[in-house]
Design a protein around this ligand. Structure first.
Ligand SMILES: NC(=O)C1=CN([C@@H]2O[C@H](COP(=O)(O)OP(=O)(O)OC[C@H]3O[C@@H](n4cnc5c(N)ncnc54)[C@H](O)[C@@H]3O)[C@@H](O)[C@H]2O)[C@H](O)CC1
Ligand SMILES: [K+]
Length: 525
């Protein structure tokens, strides 16, 4: 599903009016009605429910006025608290406010101390609070009376429903300023806004839903929108189909160069994950001195000893075998637990320059690319890189804070700069492609912030690439699939989740997506 930045949403809104003749007030009406529908579901009906609507002067407030009217018509007891001067409300919102006033709905312009008493009493007895203070127009820190209203909403202990986006959350980045509404539910209009998925905004949004407000489908699907939110449907239709008469040789071969002394677990997790994601054959290249350990550690994975420079670490002399094995494989995954000996890093750079097969680069392979990202453009196939914020900081010279405040921009720019598929791991993981396309993942949980979970991701992406997916599809499906495996594993508790648990739940996650995919194909065909 596409997603939209605030400016893009404004443009869609304008196009709906200019190109299709849909009046803005119709969209506002639909938006307000969608909020009412959601509240009816949440509250199990609204008749006789006491609902306070906090409204600002803009169109977000206008949506709130529409909701107030329909809720009142359905028997709810409504109070509208207007956090702006009445004559500051303009355009469609002013029309909606005027209707409310003519209907005799209680609208309180909150200016003086006496008004605040009314707000506090209203809130104390309310069943639900609606936040229609600010939407995509939020531009500066919330201060003064509006900040006071946000505090009151957040500390009331009531069900809070945010209109479009919680007030105070930056729609494009998820950043919050001085304060923001903490909602239980958010009804967003037309398309999701990245601020609902990016932290800290994601923590304010609660459970969010996208409401259809009647924008033409062609606008919502326009290729001009480069941002998308990954849904099960997007992933299911991209996954490889496994033929009933499949033979292991048809299911792709992964060649992984990973592991060093003290870090053999990374190699074991990565290669097992490649098999768990459906690859037919997986071979691990490992420093010769560690081979007999790996032979015990892995069972289904084959191993190939590589010449060592020191105990448990490989160097340039390994290139010959790496090249030879790669010739029989569809993908080469490099980096998990590989180590950081100078010559190991030089080998990684040689692999990037010379590999004839697609690469998935992670962990120490990313370390090797510090100050050498220019090599990525020389790779024969667009490589897939899977940095977390710390690795991204090393590769870009930015701070982790800079990255986390601008995750979308950083991932997008890195993909363009490096001509690579960039998987910026984190909550949520982003997948950026050269050419500005960027995807936000929707699976996964905090339990996955655990040692080895990145190694599993590398293996899953490599496993999918080996089965014939493009680098882009393998990255999208791999991220979603690994997150879903994490969600299934978290059913037994998040804090104690081990990366190895993901290996156990990967087949069920894959099956869930494949079943959805074949159901989709049947209904399409
Ligand atoms: N997307 C759609 O198709 C539709 C969206 N609708 C709703 O419209 C809002 C966006 O409305 P807009 O009037 O542009 O902005 P806001 O209501 O969010 O803000 C109004 C106003 O507030 C000022 N402002 C900004 N920051 C602050 C602050 N910290 N304190 C006080 N005031 C602030 C700013 O100057 C703005 O002008 C969208 O979210 C939807 O809810 C349509 O109703 C339906 C179609
Ligand atoms: K809002």
């Amino acid at each position: 599903m596409k997603a939209a930045m605030a400016e893009e949403m404004r443009r869609l809104d304008e196009q709906a009016t200019q190109d299709y003749g849909i009046p803005g007030i119709v969209l506002m009406e639909n938006a307000g009605v969608a909020v009412v529908r959601e509240i009816e579901t949440i509250m199990d009906g609204v008749s006789d429910k006491k609902i306070c609507i906090f409204a600002g002067k803009g169109k977000n407030g206008g949506d709130g006025f529409v909701a107030a009217r329909h809720l009142s018509n359905r028997g709810a007891k409504i109070k509208v608290f207007l956090l702006a001067a009445r004559d500051a409300v303009q355009g469609d919102a002013a029309i909606q406010l005027e209707i409310l006033i003519r209907m005799g709905v209680d609208v309180i312009e909150v200016t003086g101390i006496r008004d605040w008493d009314k707000v506090k009493i209203g809130v104390a007895f309310a069943d639900c609070l609606v936040d229609a203070l600010l939407g995509t127009g939020y531009g500066r820190d919330i201060t003064g009376a509006m900040a006071q209203a946000v505090e009151l909403i957040n500390h009331a202990g009531k069900t809070v429903v945010a209109v479009d986006i919680p007030s105070g959350v930056q729609a494009d980045t998820g950043q919050i300023g001085a304060c923001a509404v903490s909602a239980d539910y958010t009804v967003t209009f037309g398309l999701p806004k990245p601020g609902l998925l990016l932290y800290p905004g994601a923590a304010c949004a609660g459970k969010w839903t996208v409401a259809d407000i009647g924008l033409p489908a062609a606008l919502l699907e326009t290729p001009a929108l480069k941002l998308a939110v990954l849904t099960q449907r997007d992933i299911s239709r991209r996954l490889p189909e496994r033929r009933a008469d499949a033979y292991k040789g048809d299911c792709g071969r992964v060649w992984a160069v990973a592991g060093s002394t003290g870090l053999t677990g990374a190699a074991a997790l990565c290669t097992a994950a490649a098999l768990r994601s459906g690859a037919g054959l997986v071979t691990l290249g490992i420093a010769a001195g560690l081979n007999s350990i790996m032979e015990v550690k892995v069972t289904e994975v084959m191993t190939r000893p590589l010449p060592e420079i020191v105990d448990g670490a490989i160097g340039l002399a390994a290139w010959g075998i790496i090249e030879q094995e790669a010739a029989d494989s569809q993908v080469l995954a490099v980096g998990p637990g590989l180590g950081r000996q100078a010559e190991t890093l030089a080998l990684v750079r040689q692999i990037v320059e010379k590999s004839q097969v697609p690469l998935v680069l992670d962990a120490d392979a990313l370390y090797a690319l510090q100050d050498h990202t220019g090599l990525l453009g020389k790779a024969k196939h667009r490589p897939v890189l899977t940095p977390h914020a710390g690795e991204m900081a090393r590769l870009t010279g930015l701070t982790v804070a800079d990255i986390n405040e601008n995750r979308l921009d950083v991932a997008r720019m890195a993909a363009n700069e490096w001509q690579a598929i960039v998987v910026l791991k984190g909550a949520p993981t982003l997948i950026a492609l050269p050419g500005d396309e960027i995807f936000i993942n929707t699976t996964g949980n905090a339990g996955m912030a655990t040692a080895g979970s990145g190694d599993v991701l590398t293996g899953v992406i490599a496993g999918l690439l080996a089965q014939g997916l493009s680098g882009c599809d393998a990255a999208l499906c791999g991220v979603y699939l690994q997150g879903l495996a994490g969600d299934l594993a978290a059913a037994n508790g998040m804090a104690g989740l081990l990366a190895g648990d993901l290996l156990k739940t990967l087949p069920a996650a894959l099956a869930q997506l494949q079943t959805a995919g074949s159901a989709g194909r049947k209904s399409d065909g």
